[in-house]
Ligand binder design. Structure first.
Ligand code: SAM
Length: 292
């Protein structure tokens, strides 16, 4: 029976053995608390049918706990210094693949064909490098990979923005961008003390799951995302004012904007931050129909 990686002592020993120190520039904060790891694994509802994709295994703390419960784990790690470490720490497990790569450069379609062809259920689990939280999430959401769930550690403030509801301070284009694809909820918050080294910010676990409501139908995605971003440019202004700035004030544009708002039954005097994703979708569809 070998010792868990995720204890302060074992982590210290591993880092010393390899003469390693955490690289801040790669967002390296290692978890040294097995209770937090159990909570993460539980939130992922991982079982022997589950293929887990992990981003940033580090020295293997979370990877190990995932491998015990999952069918297999495939982990992307950018830092070549960690490859011999992982080889060593994860040697008791035969269901782990480490891919040495920048996750933002992975060709997801090719990865799906080579690694997920006979996967039954695929779950993304990660203690994310915080400097690229949003790019990583958006890359997986936009990739077209079919993920059953995602359980992701990130900075608490980003977690509240991702999971925010309309008419709250945290609601913005990031909330809409993520919730367009999946339902989002904060599963639990995590104190700084479970990491070595400790990050400067509080953390939280976000759980993304398949949408329970029917998917919103959007006919022109670029237009939808342009509309969403424009609605939040000046949060204190009305939707109408933000639309004029984004789309222009020419008479025929104004007329189309007005007509689109009416078709979608959205009051131009509202603030963008009050619109639901469904309302943004209807409005974008109306604008696209009018040739905006
Ligand atoms: N999973 C480990 C844990 O929980 O203790 C380490 C998590 S640490 C917050 C983030 C990890 O992501 C580090 O191992 C870092 O090297 C890795 N990483 C950073 N940027 C990456 C990238 N672009 N692609 C893949 N991995 C990356």
């Amino acid at each position: 029976e070998h010792k868990d990686i995720a204890t302060p002592l074992r982590t210290k020993q591993i880092l010393e053995k390899y003469g390693l120190s955490a690289k801040k520039s790669l967002g390296q904060n290692f978890i040294v608390d097995t209770n937090i790891l159990s909570k993460i694994v539980n939130a992922g509802e991982i079982n022997k049918e589950t293929t887990v994709i992990e981003v940033g295994p580090g020295i293997g703390a979370l990877t190990e706990q995932l491998a015990k419960k999952a069918k297999n784990v495939i982990a992307f790690e950018i830092d070549d210094r960690l490859l011999p470490v992982l080889e060593d720490t994860l040697s008791p497990y035969d269901n782990i693949d480490i891919i040495h790569s920048d996750v933002l450069k992975v060709d997801m379609k090719a990865f799906e064909a080579s690694h997920l062809a006979d996967a039954k259920e695929v779950v993304l689990v990660a203690n994310l490098p915080y400097y690229i939280t949003t790019p990583i999430i958006m890359r997986f959401l936009e990739s077209g990979l079919v993920l059953d769930r995602m359980v992701l550690m990130m900075q608490k403030e980003v977690a509240s923005r991702i999971s925010a509801s309309p008419s709250t301070k945290a609601y913005g284009s990031l909330s809409v961008a993520v919730q367009y694809y999946m339902d989002a909820a904060v599963a639990f918050t995590v104190p700084k003390t479970v990491f070595v080294p400790q990050p400067n910010v509080e953390s939280a676990i976000i759980r993304l799951s398949e949408k329970t409501e029917k998917n919103v139908q959007v006919n022109d995605e670029p237009l939808f995302f342009r509309l969403v971003r424009s609605a939040f440019v000046q949060r204190r202004k009305t939707l109408w004012n933000n639309l004029l700035v984004a789309f222009g004030k020419a008479d025929d544009t104004k007329a189309k904007l007005e007509q689109g708002l009416e078709m979608a039954s959205v009051d131009p005097k509202r603030r963008g931050e009050t619109l639901t994703i469904e309302e943004f979708a209807s409005l974008a569809n109306a604008f696209s129909q009018l040739g905006l």
